[in-house]
Design a protein around this ligand. Structure first.
Ligand SMILES: Nc1nc2c(ncn2[C@@H]2O[C@H](COP(=O)(O)OP(=O)(O)OP(=O)(O)O)[C@@H](O)[C@H]2O)c(=O)[nH]1
Ligand SMILES: [Mg+2]
Length: 703
């Protein structure tokens, strides 16, 4: 090291099995708010933040969970790369915190023993110790620490207990170099040492860890990397060493056998299990929820109730916000007058952005349910149930969690596909994900439903028609996703092979604080979009709708606003309208839909602004719902007829109107090909569906 080297903070990584609380610990140590959830595969990329250990600062890195260093899926590979120091701009870790689920030690220690084979300081964070009693396990952690030779710190990350002990232990370990002294298979260790030495002459020397994986995992990630770096000769060398060590037996099988017998020895006398009734309750609940019949029935019931709530509970709140934006608009007009500024604030900003913000309550209600269902562990049961269905349409069961996240937004959904190891399965999921009804579609659906679907109630008020229609639209999205996945898997002539490996998380009482925090972050995402992209598009629409100003022939000072028909927007809209006339749209709908291609909820803001500017259509109603109900074609017929509205809903269910999704598809597939294919395919499907609904609907109405 040169003297001039500026000390950048040492890197410490939290590594461990999925769903063990790594991100929870990371958040506690850094004060950040990474996503946490009660199912495996929540974290799919590495995230870093700084944390303080007394005087000292460290750079803490959170990575996706992995069961083994034999990484196969893109998210697991990230964990291994971070550990090996193979990430650009991220130095190799100076210490590793292995987060271990105390209630599931046997499986968790598998990864730990692999990490211990690297010469890096290790602290074991023994998490979930609050659940030990409930699962009937008692642990002698001091004895475990003695046997492992590295600090074992019992913690409850979710409640912040033991976090300072982790800080102290890491601080000590950072100053104590550790030699890899774990010897599980001496012959393998010797071969690893030998090959590492042989490859050390190359400009990019190989590390022990990587060589070990390359030897054990035939054709795996590590082998491919070694061959890419050191040439084809390595492959033959690996083969020779493998048959040497294993005498013909599979090294991966040997590894599992050796490690588990070592772990058996470690835990003997450390872990005591006793029969506990809580576990039996869990088994009973699982039997009911995972059963194809009772499980499906409960799932459908739960979902139906959730969608009821979206309309039933949000009503008063939506009315309140609607009233407020109306009042704000009127106040702005009263204050600023009917001139350019007044119109800009009232018709542009308030009518546009306000019309989208109105939908915040519904989005929050829907997410409150989804978050609670996730945190209790119910969603993982639903995922298990869907396994057969998913495989039937050509998706792997692992696709469930990414598809589920897509109900919020396709962007995290598509990133979540990193847990899928198989490339084709992953692609099918990426292409299917944008069909799931994201929260940006909810406002569009909700506006049209509130305006055109009567609030009829059934079953003594328990079910209402509006909620059922909304549920149907969600099912329409799922249908589109299923069709797409099926098509993709057909085109590739293959079916997913991998059995579903989702591990059942425990049932938990969700904490109010965690639920509220997640809701807050959803609300902020929504409002941020309203304040940026929606705001910007609204201004553009308002300008296009308010200019050019006609210059009065006399000396009158103020130029008169154009009629909407004669504005730039009107001329543009009229120009493009013929393209969408077959769907029954007038130029105003066309203009609003086109404006919403970058982000679909913009359509609401655009309609809000267009109808607000359109003074001729003014007839006393101030809400957007009222205005679209009254909108008419030049010949006096209503624009929003039932067939047209159905078509519009289908258009929004199927079109890929979201730049962020296109961008993340590009990033995750590494080419423009797939986002382009998806965009054309989805737009064609949306237009086609809308056309069929409109023409068939009209034909039925006439008949
Ligand atoms: N009972 C209990 N629950 C915990 C504890 N720590 C975390 N959890 C919960 O465990 C679940 C998983 O936590 P995460 O931090 O998302 O786990 P992770 O290891 O980052 O998971 P992946 O990113 O999917 O690998 C969440 O529901 C947490 O609230 C704990 O000490 N006790
Ligand atoms: Mg995580």
């Amino acid at each position: 090291m040169t003297v001039s080297a500026v000390a950048s903070p040492p890197v410490v990584v939290t590594i461990g099995n999925p769903n063990t609380g790594k991100s929870t610990l990371f958040n506690a140590l850094t004060g950040l708010r990474q996503k946490v959830g009660n199912y495996p595969g929540v974290t799919v990329e590495q995230v870093s933040g700084s944390a303080r250990l007394g005087e000292r600062e460290i750079r803490l890195v959170d990575v996706p969970g992995t069961y083994s260093l034999a990484a196969t899926s893109p998210d697991e590979i990230i964990a291994v790369d971070v550990l090996a120091g193979d990430i650009v701009d991220l130095p190799p870790p100076a210490a590793v915190i292995v987060v271990v689920d105390a209630t599931n030690l046997r499986r968790n220690l598998f990864l730990l023993t692999q990490v211990l084979e690297a010469a890096v300081p290790v602290v074991v964070a023994l998490n979930m110790t609050d659940r030990l009693a409930a699962t009937g396990v008692s642990l002698d952690h001091a004895e475990l620490e003695r046997r492992l030779g590295v600090p074992v710190v019992p913690i409850v990350a979710a409640e912040g207990r033991g976090i300072d002990d982790v800080r102290d232990a890491v601080a000590v370990q950072l100053d104590t170099p550790r030699i890899a002294d774990l010897a599980i298979n001496p012959r393998l260790d010797a071969a690893v040492a030998m090959l590492t030495k042989e490859l050390a002459k190359d400009p990019l020397p190989a590390r022990h860890l990587e060589v070990r994986r390359a030897l054990i995992d035939v054709g795996g990630y590590a082998e491919q990397r070694l061959v890419a770096r050191h040439g084809e000769a390595v492959r033959a060398r690996l083969e020779a060493l493998r048959s040497d060590i294993g005498s013909g037996r599979n090294l991966a099988t040997l590894e599992a056998r050796d490690r588990y017998s070592y772990i058996q020895g470690l835990l003997d006398g450390v872990e005591q299990r006793s029969e506990v009734t809580r576990e039996r309750a869990r088994d009973l609940a699982d039997a009911v929820l995972n059963h194809p019949l009772s499980g499906t029935a409960i799932f459908v019931l739960v979902m139906a109730l959730v969608f009821q709530a979206v309309f039933a509970w949000a009503g008063p709140l939506v009315d309140g916000i609607d009233y407020l934006t109306g009042a704000c608009g009127e106040a702005a007009t009263a204050l600023l007058g009917n001139g350019l500024v007044g119109s800009f604030v009232a018709d542009g900003v308030i009518a546009g952005v306000g019309s989208v913000v109105v939908f915040l309550p519904q989005i929050l209600i829907l997410f409150a349910f989804i978050i609670v269902l996730e945190d209790t562990g119910y969603m993982a049961r639903a995922a298990f149930l869907m396994d057969r269905v998913m495989r039937g349409i050509g998706l792997s069961g692992q696709a469930f969690i990414p598809m589920l996240s897509s109900f919020a937004c396709a962007v995290p959904g598509i990133m979540g596909t990193r847990i899928i190891a198989n490339r084709h399965d992953r692609l099918a999921t990426i292409l299917a994900a944008p069909f799931m009804t994201c929260s940006a579609r909810l406002p569009v659906y909700s506006l049209l439903i509130a305006a055109f679907v009567p609030d009829t109630r059934y079953a003594g008020g328990l079910l209402n028609l509006q909620g059922l229609v909304l549920l149907a639209l969600y099912l329409l999205g799922i249908l589109g996703a299923a069709l797409t996945a099926w098509l993709v898997s057909r085109l590739y002539w293959r079916r997913p092979r991998s059995r579903f490996l989702l591990e059942m998380p425990p049932y938990r009482m969700p904490s109010l604080r965690a639920v509220l925090l997640k809701l807050l972050s959803r609300a902020l995402i929504f409002l941020r979009r309203a304040g940026t992209i929606i705001f910007a598009v609204t201004i553009v629409i308002w300008m296009l709708a308010s200019f050019p100003r006609a210059h009065a022939p006399t000396t009158a000072a103020v130029a008169a606003p154009p009629t909407l028909e004669n504005s730039y927007l009107g001329r543009l809209g009229h120009g493009i309208a013929p393209l969408f006339a077959p769907l029954g749209w007038d130029w105003k709908v066309t203009a609003a839909v086109l404006a919403s291609f970058p982000a679909r909820e913009v359509v609401i803001a655009a309609l809000g602004t267009i109808y607000a500017v359109d003074t001729e259509a003014e007839d006393g109603t101030t809400t957007l719902t009222g205005r679209i109900r009254e909108a008419r074609h030049p010949d006096g017929s209503l624009v929003y007829t039932l067939p047209m509205v159905l078509g519009l809903l289908i258009f929004y269910a199927y079109c890929l109107q979201c730049v962020s999704t296109v961008a993340v598809m590009r990033r995750e597939t590494g080419t423009w090909r797939w986002p382009l294919v998806a965009w054309c395919y989805m737009t064609a499907l949306g237009y086609g569906g809308a056309y069929v609904a409109y023409t068939a609907g009209n034909a039925l109405l006439v008949a």
